[in-house]
Design a binder for this molecule. Structure first.
Ligand code: ADP
Ligand code: F6P
Length: 321
Protein backbone atom coordinates (compact mmCIF):
# COMPACT_ATOMS: atom_id res chain seq x y z
CA UNK A 1 0.00 0.00 0.00
CA UNK A 2 1.33 3.45 -0.93
CA UNK A 3 -1.60 5.83 -1.09
CA UNK A 4 -4.61 6.28 1.21
CA UNK A 5 -7.85 8.07 0.30
CA UNK A 6 -9.55 9.88 3.18
CA UNK A 7 -13.08 11.23 3.44
CA UNK A 8 -15.67 12.32 5.97
CA UNK A 9 -19.23 11.18 5.45
CA UNK A 10 -22.74 11.61 6.83
CA UNK A 11 -23.57 13.80 9.82
CA UNK A 12 -20.54 15.83 10.87
CA UNK A 13 -19.24 15.51 14.42
CA UNK A 14 -16.74 17.45 16.53
CA UNK A 15 -13.43 15.63 16.39
CA UNK A 16 -13.57 14.68 12.72
CA UNK A 17 -10.74 17.16 12.12
CA UNK A 18 -8.67 15.51 14.86
CA UNK A 19 -9.12 12.17 13.11
CA UNK A 20 -8.21 13.68 9.73
CA UNK A 21 -5.06 15.17 11.25
CA UNK A 22 -4.12 11.84 12.84
CA UNK A 23 -4.66 9.77 9.69
CA UNK A 24 -2.60 12.20 7.59
CA UNK A 25 0.34 12.47 9.97
CA UNK A 26 0.41 8.75 10.84
CA UNK A 27 0.33 7.84 7.14
CA UNK A 28 3.10 10.32 6.27
CA UNK A 29 5.14 8.89 9.12
CA UNK A 30 4.94 5.47 7.51
CA UNK A 31 5.90 6.88 4.11
CA UNK A 32 2.39 6.69 2.66
CA UNK A 33 0.70 9.46 0.65
CA UNK A 34 -2.77 10.79 1.51
CA UNK A 35 -5.44 12.03 -0.89
CA UNK A 36 -8.22 14.01 0.72
CA UNK A 37 -11.64 13.49 -0.85
CA UNK A 38 -14.08 16.35 -0.39
CA UNK A 39 -17.77 15.94 0.57
CA UNK A 40 -17.95 12.26 1.39
CA UNK A 41 -18.79 9.59 -1.13
CA UNK A 42 -20.18 12.24 -3.51
CA UNK A 43 -16.75 13.82 -3.74
CA UNK A 44 -15.32 10.42 -4.61
CA UNK A 45 -17.97 10.10 -7.32
CA UNK A 46 -17.07 13.54 -8.69
CA UNK A 47 -13.32 13.03 -8.23
CA UNK A 48 -13.14 16.08 -5.97
CA UNK A 49 -9.74 15.29 -4.47
CA UNK A 50 -6.68 17.05 -3.07
CA UNK A 51 -3.20 15.95 -1.99
CA UNK A 52 -2.61 16.29 1.75
CA UNK A 53 0.58 16.86 3.71
CA UNK A 54 1.51 17.60 7.31
CA UNK A 55 0.72 21.27 6.85
CA UNK A 56 -2.71 20.54 5.36
CA UNK A 57 -3.85 19.58 8.87
CA UNK A 58 -2.19 22.32 10.87
CA UNK A 59 -4.35 24.30 13.29
CA UNK A 60 -7.43 22.06 13.09
CA UNK A 61 -7.19 19.92 16.24
CA UNK A 62 -9.47 22.35 18.08
CA UNK A 63 -11.96 22.97 15.26
CA UNK A 64 -15.40 21.37 15.06
CA UNK A 65 -16.76 20.27 11.72
CA UNK A 66 -14.60 18.77 8.96
CA UNK A 67 -12.14 20.50 6.64
CA UNK A 68 -12.95 17.82 4.05
CA UNK A 69 -16.63 18.77 4.23
CA UNK A 70 -19.31 16.08 4.26
CA UNK A 71 -22.60 15.28 2.60
CA UNK A 72 -25.36 12.72 2.61
CA UNK A 73 -25.28 10.87 -0.73
CA UNK A 74 -27.89 8.08 -0.76
CA UNK A 75 -27.13 7.43 -4.44
CA UNK A 76 -23.99 5.65 -3.24
CA UNK A 77 -26.24 2.65 -2.56
CA UNK A 78 -26.38 2.13 -6.34
CA UNK A 79 -23.65 -0.08 -7.82
CA UNK A 80 -23.14 2.06 -10.93
CA UNK A 81 -22.43 5.04 -8.71
CA UNK A 82 -19.97 2.93 -6.74
CA UNK A 83 -18.41 1.82 -10.03
CA UNK A 84 -17.57 5.43 -10.91
CA UNK A 85 -16.13 5.88 -7.42
CA UNK A 86 -13.99 2.81 -7.93
CA UNK A 87 -12.74 4.17 -11.27
CA UNK A 88 -11.77 7.41 -9.55
CA UNK A 89 -9.86 5.56 -6.86
CA UNK A 90 -7.87 3.84 -9.60
CA UNK A 91 -7.40 7.09 -11.49
CA UNK A 92 -5.73 8.55 -8.38
CA UNK A 93 -3.79 5.32 -7.65
CA UNK A 94 -5.48 5.11 -4.25
CA UNK A 95 -4.85 1.72 -2.63
CA UNK A 96 -7.13 2.00 0.42
CA UNK A 97 -9.96 4.20 1.69
CA UNK A 98 -10.45 5.59 5.19
CA UNK A 99 -14.05 6.66 5.89
CA UNK A 100 -14.74 8.87 8.90
CA UNK A 101 -18.45 8.67 9.60
CA UNK A 102 -21.34 7.04 11.43
CA UNK A 103 -23.59 4.04 11.09
CA UNK A 104 -24.66 4.78 7.54
CA UNK A 105 -21.13 5.52 6.38
CA UNK A 106 -20.05 2.16 7.82
CA UNK A 107 -22.71 0.48 5.67
CA UNK A 108 -21.54 2.41 2.67
CA UNK A 109 -17.92 1.41 3.22
CA UNK A 110 -18.87 -2.24 3.70
CA UNK A 111 -21.00 -2.23 0.55
CA UNK A 112 -18.19 -0.61 -1.45
CA UNK A 113 -15.65 -3.16 -0.23
CA UNK A 114 -18.04 -6.05 -0.89
CA UNK A 115 -18.60 -4.89 -4.47
CA UNK A 116 -15.08 -3.80 -5.39
CA UNK A 117 -12.72 -5.35 -2.80
CA UNK A 118 -11.21 -1.95 -2.03
CA UNK A 119 -9.44 -2.08 1.36
CA UNK A 120 -11.54 0.11 3.66
CA UNK A 121 -11.28 1.28 7.24
CA UNK A 122 -14.06 3.11 9.08
CA UNK A 123 -13.32 5.56 11.86
CA UNK A 124 -16.62 5.81 13.79
CA UNK A 125 -17.66 9.45 14.12
CA UNK A 126 -21.18 10.46 15.10
CA UNK A 127 -22.82 12.39 17.92
CA UNK A 128 -25.38 9.55 18.12
CA UNK A 129 -22.92 6.93 19.42
CA UNK A 130 -25.08 4.34 17.64
CA UNK A 131 -22.32 2.43 15.85
CA UNK A 132 -22.08 -1.23 16.87
CA UNK A 133 -18.61 -2.49 17.85
CA UNK A 134 -17.28 0.54 19.70
CA UNK A 135 -18.14 1.92 23.13
CA UNK A 136 -17.71 5.46 21.85
CA UNK A 137 -17.85 7.30 18.56
CA UNK A 138 -15.95 10.49 17.88
CA UNK A 139 -18.00 13.56 18.82
CA UNK A 140 -20.36 11.90 21.27
CA UNK A 141 -18.58 13.23 24.36
CA UNK A 142 -18.56 16.75 22.96
CA UNK A 143 -22.26 16.61 22.05
CA UNK A 144 -23.16 15.35 25.52
CA UNK A 145 -21.20 18.19 27.12
CA UNK A 146 -22.83 20.75 24.83
CA UNK A 147 -26.32 19.49 25.68
CA UNK A 148 -25.62 19.34 29.43
CA UNK A 149 -24.29 22.90 29.43
CA UNK A 150 -27.45 24.06 27.63
CA UNK A 151 -29.69 22.22 30.08
CA UNK A 152 -27.84 23.69 33.07
CA UNK A 153 -28.92 27.08 31.70
CA UNK A 154 -32.49 25.92 31.20
CA UNK A 155 -32.53 24.65 34.76
CA UNK A 156 -32.05 28.23 36.05
CA UNK A 157 -35.27 29.46 34.48
CA UNK A 158 -37.16 26.22 35.17
CA UNK A 159 -36.39 26.59 38.86
CA UNK A 160 -37.12 30.32 38.95
CA UNK A 161 -40.53 29.85 37.34
CA UNK A 162 -41.19 26.50 38.99
CA UNK A 163 -41.89 24.99 35.59
CA UNK A 164 -41.65 21.58 33.92
CA UNK A 165 -39.23 21.62 30.97
CA UNK A 166 -39.02 19.20 28.07
CA UNK A 167 -35.65 19.29 26.27
CA UNK A 168 -35.34 17.52 22.92
CA UNK A 169 -31.90 16.17 21.99
CA UNK A 170 -30.60 14.49 18.84
CA UNK A 171 -29.63 10.83 18.46
CA UNK A 172 -31.58 9.87 15.34
CA UNK A 173 -33.28 6.52 16.06
CA UNK A 174 -31.53 5.85 19.38
CA UNK A 175 -31.40 7.09 22.96
CA UNK A 176 -27.67 6.88 23.70
CA UNK A 177 -27.23 10.65 23.65
CA UNK A 178 -30.42 11.25 25.65
CA UNK A 179 -29.46 8.78 28.38
CA UNK A 180 -26.01 10.26 29.02
CA UNK A 181 -27.42 13.79 28.96
CA UNK A 182 -30.26 12.84 31.33
CA UNK A 183 -27.84 11.43 33.91
CA UNK A 184 -25.36 14.29 33.65
CA UNK A 185 -28.04 17.00 33.67
CA UNK A 186 -30.00 15.42 36.51
CA UNK A 187 -33.22 14.92 34.57
CA UNK A 188 -36.16 13.34 36.33
CA UNK A 189 -37.37 11.57 33.18
CA UNK A 190 -35.77 10.38 29.94
CA UNK A 191 -37.90 9.37 26.95
CA UNK A 192 -36.12 7.32 24.29
CA UNK A 193 -37.17 5.30 21.23
CA UNK A 194 -35.98 2.08 22.86
CA UNK A 195 -38.19 2.72 25.91
CA UNK A 196 -41.12 5.01 25.04
CA UNK A 197 -43.29 6.29 27.90
CA UNK A 198 -47.02 7.01 27.67
CA UNK A 199 -48.26 10.47 28.57
CA UNK A 200 -50.13 8.81 31.45
CA UNK A 201 -46.87 7.43 32.86
CA UNK A 202 -45.10 10.75 32.45
CA UNK A 203 -47.92 12.60 34.20
CA UNK A 204 -47.89 10.03 37.00
CA UNK A 205 -44.18 10.62 37.60
CA UNK A 206 -44.60 14.40 37.47
CA UNK A 207 -47.48 14.29 39.96
CA UNK A 208 -45.32 12.21 42.34
CA UNK A 209 -42.48 14.72 41.87
CA UNK A 210 -44.88 17.46 43.00
CA UNK A 211 -45.95 15.49 46.05
CA UNK A 212 -42.27 14.98 46.89
CA UNK A 213 -41.93 18.75 46.90
CA UNK A 214 -40.10 19.23 43.62
CA UNK A 215 -40.65 22.76 42.34
CA UNK A 216 -39.62 21.91 38.76
CA UNK A 217 -38.98 18.79 36.71
CA UNK A 218 -36.79 18.16 33.69
CA UNK A 219 -37.59 15.71 30.89
CA UNK A 220 -34.96 14.77 28.29
CA UNK A 221 -36.65 13.60 25.09
CA UNK A 222 -34.70 11.85 22.33
CA UNK A 223 -35.78 13.11 18.90
CA UNK A 224 -36.54 9.54 17.83
CA UNK A 225 -39.19 9.31 20.56
CA UNK A 226 -41.18 12.41 19.71
CA UNK A 227 -41.34 16.21 19.60
CA UNK A 228 -40.75 18.34 22.67
CA UNK A 229 -43.44 20.87 21.79
CA UNK A 230 -46.04 18.12 21.56
CA UNK A 231 -45.08 16.55 24.87
CA UNK A 232 -45.13 19.94 26.62
CA UNK A 233 -48.58 20.61 25.17
CA UNK A 234 -49.88 17.23 26.37
CA UNK A 235 -48.47 17.81 29.87
CA UNK A 236 -50.22 21.18 30.08
CA UNK A 237 -53.46 19.52 28.99
CA UNK A 238 -53.17 16.76 31.57
CA UNK A 239 -51.88 18.74 34.56
CA UNK A 240 -53.97 21.74 35.56
CA UNK A 241 -51.88 24.81 36.24
CA UNK A 242 -48.72 23.32 34.78
CA UNK A 243 -46.70 25.74 32.68
CA UNK A 244 -44.64 23.13 30.86
CA UNK A 245 -42.21 24.65 28.40
CA UNK A 246 -39.77 23.11 25.90
CA UNK A 247 -36.46 23.61 24.15
CA UNK A 248 -35.12 21.83 21.05
CA UNK A 249 -31.32 21.86 21.28
CA UNK A 250 -30.89 20.97 17.61
CA UNK A 251 -27.69 21.58 15.71
CA UNK A 252 -25.65 23.13 18.49
CA UNK A 253 -25.06 19.48 19.43
CA UNK A 254 -23.21 18.94 16.15
CA UNK A 255 -20.68 21.76 16.54
CA UNK A 256 -18.27 23.30 18.95
CA UNK A 257 -14.72 22.85 20.12
CA UNK A 258 -14.04 19.12 20.62
CA UNK A 259 -13.50 18.05 24.21
CA UNK A 260 -10.29 16.43 25.41
CA UNK A 261 -11.96 12.99 25.27
CA UNK A 262 -13.10 13.54 21.71
CA UNK A 263 -9.67 14.77 20.65
CA UNK A 264 -7.75 11.88 22.22
CA UNK A 265 -10.24 9.29 20.92
CA UNK A 266 -10.09 10.72 17.39
CA UNK A 267 -6.31 10.91 17.38
CA UNK A 268 -5.98 7.32 18.58
CA UNK A 269 -8.58 6.09 16.08
CA UNK A 270 -6.79 7.82 13.19
CA UNK A 271 -3.46 6.32 14.18
CA UNK A 272 -4.96 2.84 14.61
CA UNK A 273 -6.74 3.04 11.26
CA UNK A 274 -3.49 3.53 9.36
CA UNK A 275 -1.74 0.85 11.40
CA UNK A 276 -4.53 -1.62 10.61
CA UNK A 277 -4.25 -0.93 6.87
CA UNK A 278 -0.47 -1.23 7.11
CA UNK A 279 -0.97 -4.61 8.84
CA UNK A 280 -3.00 -5.74 5.84
CA UNK A 281 -6.57 -5.50 7.16
CA UNK A 282 -9.02 -4.75 4.35
CA UNK A 283 -12.53 -4.38 5.83
CA UNK A 284 -12.59 -3.11 9.40
CA UNK A 285 -13.58 -0.40 11.80
CA UNK A 286 -11.38 0.90 14.58
CA UNK A 287 -13.12 1.19 17.91
CA UNK A 288 -12.68 1.23 21.66
CA UNK A 289 -13.80 -1.42 24.12
CA UNK A 290 -13.36 -0.22 27.68
CA UNK A 291 -9.92 1.35 27.54
CA UNK A 292 -8.57 -0.84 24.76
CA UNK A 293 -8.52 0.01 21.05
CA UNK A 294 -10.04 -2.69 18.87
CA UNK A 295 -10.41 -3.59 15.22
CA UNK A 296 -13.87 -4.90 14.28
CA UNK A 297 -14.78 -6.51 10.95
CA UNK A 298 -17.28 -4.29 9.12
CA UNK A 299 -19.49 -7.34 8.55
CA UNK A 300 -20.00 -7.46 12.32
CA UNK A 301 -20.45 -3.68 12.56
CA UNK A 302 -23.25 -3.53 10.00
CA UNK A 303 -25.00 -6.69 11.26
CA UNK A 304 -24.82 -5.82 14.95
CA UNK A 305 -27.19 -3.65 16.98
CA UNK A 306 -26.03 -1.53 19.87
CA UNK A 307 -28.25 -1.80 22.95
CA UNK A 308 -28.99 0.78 25.63
CA UNK A 309 -27.92 0.35 29.24
CA UNK A 310 -30.76 -0.85 31.44
CA UNK A 311 -28.56 -0.01 34.43
CA UNK A 312 -28.37 3.63 33.38
CA UNK A 313 -32.14 3.82 33.00
CA UNK A 314 -32.49 2.51 36.57
CA UNK A 315 -29.99 5.11 37.79
CA UNK A 316 -31.98 7.94 36.18
CA UNK A 317 -35.08 6.68 38.00
CA UNK A 318 -33.21 6.35 41.30
CA UNK A 319 -31.78 9.87 41.05
CA UNK A 320 -35.18 11.36 40.22
CA UNK A 321 -36.81 10.93 43.62
P1 ADP B 1 -24.03 8.62 9.06
O1 ADP B 1 -22.77 8.02 8.48
O2 ADP B 1 -23.75 9.83 9.90
O3 ADP B 1 -24.91 7.60 9.73
P2 ADP B 1 -25.77 8.56 6.72
O4 ADP B 1 -26.73 7.59 7.31
O5 ADP B 1 -26.26 9.67 5.88
O6 ADP B 1 -24.86 9.25 7.83
O7 ADP B 1 -24.73 7.72 5.82
C1 ADP B 1 -23.69 8.45 5.17
C2 ADP B 1 -23.59 8.03 3.72
O8 ADP B 1 -23.24 6.66 3.63
C3 ADP B 1 -24.91 8.13 2.99
O9 ADP B 1 -25.17 9.46 2.59
C4 ADP B 1 -24.63 7.21 1.80
O10 ADP B 1 -23.78 7.87 0.88
C5 ADP B 1 -23.83 6.10 2.46
N1 ADP B 1 -24.66 4.97 2.87
C6 ADP B 1 -25.44 4.88 3.95
N2 ADP B 1 -26.04 3.67 4.01
C7 ADP B 1 -25.60 2.98 2.91
C8 ADP B 1 -25.83 1.67 2.37
N3 ADP B 1 -26.65 0.80 3.01
N4 ADP B 1 -25.20 1.30 1.23
C9 ADP B 1 -24.37 2.17 0.60
N5 ADP B 1 -24.11 3.42 1.04
C10 ADP B 1 -24.72 3.82 2.18
O1 F6P C 1 -26.51 11.45 12.77
C1 F6P C 1 -26.24 12.65 13.42
C2 F6P C 1 -27.48 13.52 13.42
O2 F6P C 1 -27.20 14.73 14.06
C3 F6P C 1 -28.69 12.88 14.09
O3 F6P C 1 -28.61 12.93 15.50
C4 F6P C 1 -29.79 13.72 13.51
O4 F6P C 1 -31.06 13.10 13.56
C5 F6P C 1 -29.32 13.86 12.05
O5 F6P C 1 -27.91 13.79 12.09
C6 F6P C 1 -29.75 15.14 11.38
O6 F6P C 1 -29.39 15.00 10.01
P1 F6P C 1 -29.13 16.29 9.07
O7 F6P C 1 -27.87 16.95 9.54
O8 F6P C 1 -28.96 15.69 7.69
O9 F6P C 1 -30.32 17.16 9.23
Amino acid sequence: MKKIGLLTSGGDAPGMNCAIRSVVRTALGYGFEVIGIKRGFKGLYENDVMEMNARSVSGIINLGGTILRTIRFPEFKEKDIQQQCYENLKKNSIDALVVIGGDGSSRGAFSFHSNFQVPVCVIPASIDNDVYGTDFTIGFDTAVNTAVEAIDRIRDTATSHERIFVVEVMGRHHGFLAIEVAIAAGAEIVVIPERPLTIEKIVEILEIDKIRGKISSLIVLAEGAGRAHELARRINEEIGGAEARYSVLGYIQRGGVPTYQTRVLATMFGNEAVKGLRDGLTCFMVGISGTELCRVHLKDVVSGTKTISEEKLKIIEAMGI
